[in-house]
Write a protein of this length. Structure first.
Length: 255
């Protein structure tokens, strides 16, 4: 079995693969002050909760945008699993060609999403990841990753709003019954959700226009992405497991 780990700024998401099938998923809070033992034990507990023995994990692959915790995470994996994880980065085969002047600036999560979208749905494709930041990346027909757009994530935008205005409460991010809000909570929900739908649709349309590809497929992933994908016809496919499958595909290219 393969253990795929995606280290994001907010959460660490994990999936266990039996060949191409995901048999278990887990999510823990990203915390850079955890020790290697804490990371090792947390991962073991997640596996044991699903009755997966650590001996069944034959390989591990990691994509991370949080370099400060990678030492502890890697050492924890070595201590508790006796394995050296594949870490997505320079020297790892992905099948995606990066044309950015400084490829090291591109987050591993964006590369993994690009691989998942390109391999599973073909190119050209726009892949959107609704994470701490929301990214809109274009992958060409031949698998080149030349450009991308980055926007503040939905939750990040909402947090900035209620932290910056003393009288505004922290709210659940969900679509209200109507955009014509009559009280504070639904007013905030309307502005956040419908505002983000508008942001998403405009960026998709503008990318299609400037690329000259009006019919390009748009694939989305990320926790709050379904909330937006359900409310717009601009997103063709929503796949919550896209990043995990991207990690699996990269692993398969490197064994």
């Amino acid at each position: 079995m393969l253990l795929a780990i995606d280290v994001g700024n907010t959460n660490i998401t994990m999936a266990v693969f039996d060949k191409e099938k995901i048999v278990a998923t887990f999510r823990i809070t990203t915390n850079i002050i955890r020790t290697s033992d804490e990371y090792g034990l947390l991962i073991l507990e997640c596996l044991e909760h699903r009755d997966i023995k650590k001996e069944r994990i034959t390989d591990i692959i990691i994509a991370s945008v949080v370099p400060d915790l990678m030492y502890s995470l890697n050492i924890g994996i070595i201590k508790y699993f006796g394995k050296q994880a594949i870490v997505v980065g320079p020297g790892v085969k992905t099948g995606i060609k990066l044309t950015n002047p400084n490829p090291k600036e591109i987050g591993a999560d964006r590369i993994v999403d690009a691989v998942g979208a390109y391999e599973m749905f073909g190119g050209p494709v726009i892949v959107i990841d609704f994470g701490t930041a929301t990214t809109f990346d274009y992958i060409s027909e031949d698998g080149t990753f030349p450009i991308g757009v980055t926007a503040p994530g939905i939750r990040l935008s909402a947090t900035a709003l209620w932290q910056g205005a003393a009288k505004l409460p922290e709210i659940e991010i969900k679509k209200p019954d109507s955009i014509l809000a009559r009280e504070t909570v639904s007013s905030l929900q309307a502005g956040i959700v419908y505002g983000y739908i508008g942001l998403t649709e405009y960026i998709i349309d503008k990318m299609k226009e400037e690329l000259g590809l009006p019919n390009i497929k748009v694939v989305a992933t990320g926790g709050l992405g379904k909330l937006i994908a359900d409310e717009t016809k601009k997103i063709d496919v929503y796949d919550i497991d896209l990043t995990m499958h991207g990690l699996r595909l990269i692993y398969e290219k490197n064994i």
